[in-house]
Design a protein around this ligand. Structure first.
Ligand SMILES: C[S@@+](CC[C@H](N)C(=O)[O-])C[C@H]1O[C@@H](n2cnc3c(N)ncnc32)[C@H](O)[C@@H]1O
Length: 342
């Protein structure tokens, strides 16, 4: 009989502990997607009560609930399953300010292609080419845009409080997605007028969001490709937020040069992003966002602070400086000025 070496078991436990982490995501996605968290938001429920609401396959529902308890996502008291309040605020109650359901749907859409990342390395394949169809009502465009809104409307909103827009003027939000940051700036600064520019799909979603929040009188929309769009006038401020990582190094250098002509002399360019530190191995989320670009976009990759600042200087911007926000806000900004005299 072979004697099992305890030291080997410990090595396996540590290795499999990493390999099996995806089960946490899968169970959480399933509990959200099937509506379990919504149905638990008013208190503990038994399997029968949940199945009465959700219908579907009873054994699969039970498997997800029991795995949720095993993974400590849920708990079970007698026959009743329950979820912690913090989870229900984030994923059970749509009206909660902490709600991030749209973000979870986006992560779920990316999870399957991310499992093919080895293939991306071996062959250069892009198994999650989510952004190919950015037209009209295409689901990837809607899902991505709604996910961006979920982050921006809570933790990300700081840009509107920390940067000074009190002088007013015109703001062009290039690659605006939902336009949430611009809306926050417009809301806090009555003298600002914003123009939101993105591809057709995200602009359709931005129109819906702006109308729902009641700012259509100070917001204009342009459905266009940022690389080829030539505005009729320049803008006091141009905001490029979380967009350069989708187009990679060469695309970013080219876009920043193009954007320079859109900024009024004396005006500023704000490049907000979820920057990597220059070591490229931290912080955690920017390093993961980097992975994501490699499966979901043709040329994207996440960028670091110094390289982005260098590209802005090469495009002609001066006084280029980096502004950090609160520790819980993964965004930060690099700001540059178009000189008055050239
Ligand atoms: C990750 S989203 C960020 C959205 C928003 N600015 C934010 O910070 O939440 C990037 C946006 O850039 C847009 N984008 C990418 N390439 C573009 C291009 N060539 N022209 C216009 N928009 C583009 C995408 O459609 C998408 O809405």
């Amino acid at each position: 009989m072979q004697i099992v070496d305890l030291a080997d078991i410990k090595k396996q436990v540590a290795t499999l502990g990493v390999a099996e982490r995806f089960f946490d995501s899968i169970v959480l996605f399933a509990l959200f997607d099937a509506g379990v968290l919504k149905h638990l938001s008013n208190g503990p429920r038994t399997l029968d009560e949940l199945q009465g609401k959700i219908k579907g396959d009873r054994e699969s529902l039970r498997a997800a609930l029991d795995a949720g308890v095993a993974l400590k996502i849920l708990s079970k008291n007698g026959e009743a399953y329950q979820a912690p309040e913090s989870l229900l605020e984030c994923l059970g109650r749509e009206k909660s300010p902490a709600y991030v359901g749209e973000w979870i749907l986006f992560l779920q859409a990316l999870a399957a292609p991310l499992l093919q990342f080895g293939e991306a390395i071996r062959t250069g394949a892009r198994p999650g080419a989510l952004f190919e169809d950015m037209s009209g009502d295409a689901l990837p465009a809607r899902r991505m845009t709604q996910a961006m809104d979920a982050y921006a409307r809570s933790r990300g909103i700081e840009i509107a409080d920390r940067l000074d827009f009190s002088q007013g003027g015109t703001l062009l939000d290039l690659g605006c997605g939902p336009g949430t940051y611009s809306l926050a700036i417009v809301e806090r600064n009555p003298k600002i007028r914003a123009t939101l520019l993105d591809l057709e799909g995200p602009i359709a979603e931005a129109r819906r969001i702006v109308a729902a929040r009641g700012f259509t009188d100070r917001v204009d929309f342009i459905a266009a490709n940022a690389f080829t769009y030539v505005p009729a006038k320049t803008y006091d401020t141009v905001l490029v937020s979380n967009t350069l990582h989708m187009i990679g190094e060469e695309g970013s250098k080219a876009l920043l040069k193009h954007v320079y002509k859109m900024v009024s002399p004396g005006g500023r360019l704000i490049v907000q992003a979820q920057y990597l530190n220059d070591n490229r191995t931290s912080p955690r989320w920017p390093a993961l966002l980097n992975l994501l670009q490699r499966i979901a976009t043709p040329d994207g990759r996440n960028h670091a602070i110094t390289e982005t600042s260098d590209w802005m200087r090469a495009a002609g911007f001066t006084d280029v400086h980096h502004v950090r926000f609160a520790v819980w806000n993964v965004n930060s900004c690099i700001i540059g000025t178009r000189p008055r005299e050239e």
